[in-house]
Design a binder for this molecule. Structure first.
Ligand code: PEP
Ligand code: MG
Length: 446
């Protein structure tokens, strides 16, 4: 990403990212997920923030909307000047201010190479996601807004594995009512049909602040009234969302799941409300899928430890590695000072993933992952080897992950996962994985 015009928001009050003239790269102390949703990609062609981590929702949205971004670049705002020339490399997190001509040309070449690789990868779109020894892994996409659906299709997703409905609730005066939610969900469901859409109930709180519903300031928002807890405390809003989701299930294949489940009681309470809502719809002769599958996110360590108990209650598990890593390692996913400690291959994380798969399969239900880890091609051998059935990721990553998948056998992936689990530190597991990638797949990582 190379651009000459820069808008420096330092020292200015919170400004909307709308009504900007010309093409700009925004440099800001912080941007929220709702700021990102307002970005007009024809003017804002990239951004840099001082705050944030790779799995913060701001980063996730930037990837989903294909906006080049570097987050967590401390003090950047005080060193850039307006109208500087700036290069941002969203892959490596490198930012270059006022590059010399040679660097400028080098990055232009890299950009062209990236576009070429992307075009080549899209040729994998219609090839099956199967290993060399015939294991079919289901690869789906995560989406936030309906506008992403064309990209989901273009990248060959087999459905939507995570629809983050909360984005519908941002940047507005009033909360969306049942009718509005129904139209939004049904649109995505119809556009994806007959492929399934997995709709997550509202997951606000933490770094996704929604002042209308949240219960005011909290000392520890990441541990606060969020996600399913909030839904269970605000049953009217929860019922409206469930009615909308169930009604949308008459328009294609829908699965529903609950975020931030910490125990069986929450699952039972949420399911009881689903049952009540179904009963209301039946009485009113409003169609919905009677067989709709209900799942939960596994993203709190307590849910991992009791995964066997939870597996009896639901139809599928989807592991939210972004939060599971955050809560297991006590690493704030949005804190730029801790990004080096955010370790997907920490033995505690790998053991957790294994426990989740074993519990799911023990109960005969599917084990999926929808955290960012699922979209990192280098982790594919481990996730495949651990036994996951389904991975859901940002659409752009699907062909990259599929390319590796099609070049592995499940058997060798099992051996890689088993070996990775023997290491005492994430660094050791990472360096082992790097050696596997270099020996087996280096030409697949352009
Ligand atoms: C996760 O926590 O991994 C996840 C997929 O949910 P979110 O990123 O929306 O918290
Ligand atoms: Mg989460």
């Amino acid at each position: 990403m190379v651009e000459r015009i820069l808008r420096n928001m330092v020292g200015k009050k919170h400004e909307p990212l709308t009504g900007i003239d010309g093409k700009v790269i925004v440099v800001a102390h912080d941007l929220s997920p709702s700021d990102i949703l307002q970005i007009d990609k024809t003017t804002v062609i990239g951004f840099i923030t001082e705050m944030g981590g790779k799995t913060s929702h701001t980063s996730i949205l930037a990837r989903a909307l294909e906006i080049p971004a570097v987050v967590g670049m401390e003090r950047i705002a005080s060193v850039v000047t307006e109208n500087a020339t700036i290069i941002i490399d969203g892959f490596t997190g490198v930012v270059i201010l006022n590059p010399d001509q040679e660097t400028f040309r080098d990055y232009l070449r890299r950009k062209q190479h990236y576009e070429y690789v992307e075009r080549e990868l899209l040729k994998l779109k219609d090839l099956p996601a199967v290993t060399l020894d015939g294991f079919a892994m289901i690869l789906k996409a995560n989406v936030e807004i309906v506008e992403e659906v064309p990209s989901v299709r273009r990248h060959g997703a087999e459905g939507i594995g995570l629809y983050r409905t909360e984005m519908l609730f941002f940047n507005r005066e009033n909360l969306p009512d049942e009718e509005e939610q129904f139209h939004a969900y049904a649109e995505i469901v119809r556009e994806m049909a007959p492929k399934p859409v997995t709709i997550r109930t509202l997951d606000v709180g933490g770094d996704k602040v929604l002042t209308d519903l949240n219960l005011g300031d909290e000392a520890n928002p990441a541990l606060g009234v969020r996600a399913i807890r909030l839904s269970l405390m605000q049953p009217e809003a929860f019922r409206a969302q469930l009615r909308a989701i169930l009604r949308a299930s008459a328009h294609g294949k829908v699965r529903v799941f609950f975020p931030m489940i910490s125990g069986v009681d929450e699952v039972r309470r949420a399911k009881a409300i689903v049952e009540e809502v179904k009963q209301e719809l039946r009485r009113a002769f409003i169609p919905f899928d009677e067989e709709i599958e209900i799942g939960i996110m596994i993203e709190i360590p307590s849910a991992v430890i009791i995964a066997d108990l939870l597996a009896r209650e639901v139809d599928f598990f989807s592991v939210g590695t972004n939060d599971l890593i955050q809560y297991s390692l006590a690493i704030d996913r949005t804190n730029e000072h801790l990004s080096a400690l955010y370790e997907p291959l920490h033995p505690a994380v790998l053991r957790s993933l294994k426990m989740v798969v074993e519990a799911a399969h023990g109960a005969g239900i599917a084990a999926c992952i929808c955290g960012e880890m699922a979209g990192e091609p280098e982790y594919l051998p481990i996730l495949l080897g651990l036994g996951f059935d389904e991975l859901s990721m940002n659409a752009v990553s699907i062909p990259r992950v599929k390319k590796i998948l099609r070049r592995c056998t499940k058997k060798e992936a099992e051996a890689v996962a088993a070996r990775a689990m023997t290491y005492a530190t994430a660094q050791e597991a990472e360096s082992y994985l790097r050696s596997v990638i270099a020996a087996r797949f280096s030409d697949s990582f352009d």
